[in-house]
Design a protein around this ligand. Structure first.
Ligand code: MG
Length: 401
């Protein structure tokens, strides 16, 4: 499937008005002879979706009823006449639209899970940027892929790097996988300074330009912890064979260590258009998605081990992965609530890992969960995290006004 030679690739972009979605449409625009945009979806930005629809002419768009739909209709007017999907199954119907060969899932949060499953159940290629899909339901996602002949290609830069390094290698040759991490904006701060950081400081990421939740997750390093869980499912290795190296320059995105000690790495300038394009073009490589990366003109590349005492989220993610079942879904849901509370000035930065520890320790995971059990665990973790926020907020009333 998805061969450019046999006509254009039908592309659905879920979360098309977000960071990944907009970059995906840039890639599509650069390859009009190879890519045909079939479907788009948005959650809030109806008028931006309207601009995208008039530019890319998809057959279908999906968006929530109410304000987003009204904004879309009034902005699009008569300049686009495709099908509009709303309601609970809008995203899964868009993902499985006839003629869609590749679905880029750039939705933020747990809402991305159902369309991921639907894409793989329909035997399509899922170009996955929605971390929550693998974190919440890795086992279910892999089983769905294997049962229906779909393809799962990672868009996350680290996993794209590993996917590239592993191409054509026998699993027995592999010793371990190393994901790199920029370390976020606070990697040099001590515990005292970390307790005083503000949302504005957390949102200023040194190398990547991303949405607010993932940027805060990069600052706590839970993002890297979630990426360890993703790597576990994508590449089938136990947590002990997955490592993290801090690499502030974000040029080396991932490495694999072979049995004989050889290290293979993937390097490129930090720009998500490369992993997005590759997830669509794979196994082909198209003309440069990003400026070429001249290592001789860059600062020296540095690497060091992460400090799990200052950044306990890495260990928390490993803990949740080892507990298995519904535990990673609980970690993810609690984090969504805690990050929102931090951004609203209701809790301090160290409250994020403390709240995660609190919610996780109260959860008894269900093994081999169904989708319903995963969503139920997600739904109970949110009020539990909210309870922690209220307790912590009354302890530190610093910004709660
Ligand atoms: Mg990443």
């Amino acid at each position: 499937m998805a061969k450019a030679r046999r006509g254009r690739i039908g592309l659905v972009v879920l979360g098309s008005t977000g960071t990944i979605g907009r970059l995906t449409l840039e890639v599509a625009k650069r390859h009009p002879e190879r890519i045909r945009v079939v479907g788009l979806s948005a959650h809030r930005q109806g008028s931006r979706l309207a601009r995208q629809a008039t530019e890319h002419h998809p057959e279908v768009v999906a968006l929530p009823d109410g304000e987003p739909l009204r904004g879309f209709r009034s902005a699009v007017g008569a300049r686009w006449g495709g099908e509009i999907l709303t309601g609970p199954d809008a995203l899964t119907r868009a993902a499985t639209w006839p003629g869609a060969a590749v679905v880029v899932n750039g939705i933020v949060g747990a809402a991305g899970l159902s369309p991921s499953l639907a894409t793989l159940a329909a035997g399509r290629r899922l170009a996955l940027a929605n971390k929550e899909s693998l974190v919440m339901a890795g086992e279910l996602l892999i089983a769905t892929r294997d049962a229906h002949g779909g393809e799962l290609i990672p868009v996350d830069s680290e996993h794209s790097a590993i996917h590239q390094c592993l191409a054509g290698r026998a699993p027995g040759e592999l010793e371990r996988i190393i994901l790199t991490a920029s370390g976020g904006p606070f990697r040099t701060l001590d515990a005292e300074a970390l307790s005083k950081v503000t949302p504005e400081e957390a949102l200023a990421h040194p190398t990547w330009n991303m949405g607010p939740r993932i940027t805060v997750d990069s600052a706590t390093m839970l993002n890297k912890g979630m990426e360890l869980i993703e790597a576990h499912w994508l590449f089938g290795l136990p947590m002990e064979r997955l490592a993290v190296w801090i690499h502030p320059e974000s040029i080396v995105h991932g490495l694999i260590e072979m049995r004989d000690g050889s290290l293979l790495a993937q390097l490129s300038c930090p720009d998500m258009r490369l992993p997005i394009q590759l997830a669509i073009s794979h196994p082909e490589r198209w003309e440069p998605a990003v400026p070429r990366c001249d290592l001789t003109s860059l600062d020296p590349l540095t690497f060091h081990a992460p400090d799990v005492e200052r950044f306990p989220c890495l260990s928390l993610a490993r803990q949740a992965a080892r507990a298995g079942g519904t535990a990673p879904a609980v970690l993810n849901a609690a984090d969504e609530v805690l990050v929102a509370a931090f951004l609203a000035g209701r809790i301090s930065f160290p409250d994020i890992p403390m709240g995660l520890t609190d919610v996780l320790s109260d959860h008894t995971p269900t093994a081999d969960p169904t989708l319903e059990e995963i969503l139920a665990a997600d739904a109970t973790a949110r009020p539990a995290a909210e309870q922690y926020v209220r307790r912590a907020g009354s302890r530190h009333p610093r910004r709660s006004g």
